[in-house]
Design a protein around this ligand. Structure first.
Ligand code: C5P
Length: 236
């Protein structure tokens, strides 16, 4: 049986990819099966948490059981849901693959094939939702003891390279925990198995910790990630 160590803990999770509309039929997006975020939602609920999953585009058979699910399309919709809901969360996990850019304008009708070839697409930058949540917490709009977790898919020539990128990202984003996955060479994306580390920010100038994740299913990864989340929670 799973531990009920997250009984009553309110967990807000984002998962899947965002879709940035170009016109009524086309979008820009990124690959994301949603597997890791859905596994986190399912396992957290099984461990007693009260889970809300804000889901972009995924290839999952259906919504996880025992979880409140909100479906969104774009990064800006995701930002709105996460920002509004994080004030009532004890834990916020940003597992979504957010598109960094979106088209400047959305055409009202389907873009035609131009006589002179394709027209360029002008892009603008989407908000960094994770960084925005950390800023909202330091400004008091999210409770100070809310645990904020980010994800990073990093490529590197070796584990050292991946971890170095992960540590730098943890500092840059200012979240409490960062789940680092090694990607490239067919790893992580859409696969059953996954591996990586959970990096924890050090408190009061202390060095942070890093915990290796076992090689295994995304359900097993979810359990180990949630162990670190449970350890980071204030007494409950
Ligand atoms: O900077 P990078 O995209 O590698 O950071 C990944 C982390 O930041 C993930 O937790 C992702 O959900 C989050 N993110 C975000 N808003 C963005 C881009 C990424 O919240 N615009």
């Amino acid at each position: 049986a799973l531990p009920r160590d997250l009984e009553g803990v309110r967990v807000l999770i984002s998962a899947g990819g965002t879709r940035e509309a170009l016109d009524p039929v086309r979008y820009l997006g990124n690959h994301s099966s949603g597997k890791q975020g859905y596994a986190l939602a399912r396992v957290a609920a099984q461990r007693g948490a009260q889970v809300t999953l804000v889901s972009g585009a995924v290839s999952q058979p259906g919504d996880p059981a025992g979880v409140e699910v909100v479906h969104i399309d774009s990064a800006r919709e995701l930002a709105e849901e996460m920002t509004a809901r994080s004030a009532q969360a004890d834990v916020v996990i940003m597992a979504a693959a957010v598109a960094d850019f979106r088209p400047v304008g959305v055409a009202g009708t389907k873009i035609k094939k131009g006589a002179h070839g394709p027209a360029p697409i002008e892009l603008t930058t989407n908000p960094d939702i994770l960084a925005g949540l950390v800023a909202a917490r330091s400004e008091g709009r999210i409770p100070a003891d809310t645990v904020i977790v980010g994800f990073a898919a990093e490529t590197g020539d070796d584990d050292g390279g991946v971890l170095d990128h992960g540590r730098a990202k943890l500092r840059r984003k200012g979240c409490d925990l960062l789940v680092v996955n090694a990607v490239g060479d067919g790893r992580a994306f859409g696969t059953e198995d996954n591996t990586g580390w959970v990096l924890a920010a050090g408190e009061n100038g202390e060095a942070g910790t890093e915990t290796g994740l076992p090689y295994g299913s995304k359900t097993l990864m979810a359990s180990r990630i949630l162990d670190q989340v449970a350890a980071a929670l204030p007494e409950h």
